[in-house]
Unconditional design. Structure first.
Length: 320
């Protein structure tokens, strides 16, 4: 056992930052160690939708999402990109909206003339949307205000970090730090167009699990157009062929958005795993390593809940 003190959180994406905030709030002396600047992580390329629970029946995921919703609701009105806005979720086939969604705020079945071209069923909900360009810098400020620090450096071996507690929030980077065949790269990108039409709602094609879909998310004067999922692609670079494909689908689905000037692209690699790994292990010298990675396409949605879980896992390990 070393005499090192405090917690080092590896990773400064949405998962590392929220985990570090919660650890600092719980009284830990926290340093975040990251290879990339927080504002250059995959988390910056997220659409910014606090998603619904479609696929995961787990009680844990439901609870984590609820924690995030509660935390983000406290940010409304702070001008940090967090707001509630109408979201339209629609499919190309006819379907009935799941019963459990009918009690959600803002639920109503979409009228046929509200559906984009080629879509046959859909429903509206009031959902939380987050502009990561505004929210991530605020999260960094919030972390620093706790007295925590952010250091830059590449980690080759989690056990070599000189800290009482090490927390692994390295996203897809965990593939090089732990032996976990369940963790897979899931590449995605957006085309970014100017919000020349004053769009004030978002749209997502369902069901989830498609490899290409159409979605739009307005953040102020820009709109993120998705979406793509390529398993085992891990370069994190935009792809001009996918850009053309997304604009083509958009043109057929919502032509007035396709007519907005394109102002950029973004791309990132989702850390895909069947279930998020939040788990403690004991290092050979007796120190504690806690993992918090594998959030796939739900990192923003689950962020505060899985951060809370890290704190409770540590409390269970070490006592309050
Ligand atoms: C196109 C796209 C759209 C998305 N949309 C949404 C959405 O609308 N809603 C939602 O909930 N989720 C969404 N996601 C998913 C979400 O972005 C991810 O789940 C989330 O960003 C994962 O965060 P993370 O902190 O685990 O990883 P990252 O953001 O990748 O951060 C990893 C951190 O670990 C550091 N790191 C890695 N390896 C090392 C190392 N060896 N040494 C030191 N540091 C290291 C990196 O530098 C970085 O700081 C989307 C993802 C993509 C790609």
């Amino acid at each position: 056992m070393t005499d090192a003190r405090g917690a080092v959180v590896v990773g400064a994406g949405i998962i590392g930052l929220t985990t570090a905030v919660r650890l600092a709030e719980a009284g830990h002396d926290v340093d975040v160690l990251t290879a990339d600047d927080p504002l250059r992580t995959t988390s910056m390329s997220a659409t910014g939708m606090v998603g619904l629970r479609f696929a995961e029946p787990s009680e844990r995921v439901t609870r984590w999402r609820a924690s995030t919703v509660a935390e983000l609701s406290g940010q409304f009105g702070r001008d940090v990109g967090v707001r509630r806005q109408p979201g339209l979720l629609a499919g190309r086939d006819r379907f009935d909206a799941p019963d459990r969604l009918r009690s959600f705020p803002g639920f109503r079945v979409a009228a046929p003339d509200e559906l984009p071209n080629g879509f046959r069923s859909g429903f509206w909900l009031d959902m939380i949307a987050v502009d990561l360009d505004l929210y991530m810098p605020d999260l960094v400020d919030r972390l620093l205000a706790t007295g925590a620090s952010v250091s830059h450096g590449h980690v080759d071996d989690l056990a070599s970090i000189d800290a009482e507690v090490v927390v692994n929030c390295s996203g897809i980077g965990a593939r090089h730090l732990v032996d976990d065949p369940a963790l897979r790269a899931d590449w995605g990108m957006h085309v970014i167009v100017e919000n020349a039409v004053g769009l004030d709602h978002h749209f997502m094609e369902i069901p989830p699990g498609l490899r290409r879909w159409i979605s739009w998310m307005p953040h102020g004067d820009r709109i993120l157009i998705g979406g793509a999922s390529v398993l085992d692609r891990d370069d994190g670079a935009p792809d001009s062929a996918v850009e053309a494909e997304l604009l083509d689908i958009l043109g057929r689905t919502r032509p007035e958005l396709a007519a907005c000037p394109t102002i950029g692209v973004n791309a990132g690699v989702r850390p895909q795993r069947d279930s998020v790994r939040v788990e403690a292990e004991t290092l050979p010298d007796g120190r504690t390593l806690v993992h918090n990675y594998g959030h796939g396409g739900r990192g923003l949605t689950l962020s505060w809940g899985s951060a809370d879980e890290v704190v409770s896992v540590l409390t269970d390990e070490r006592g309050p």
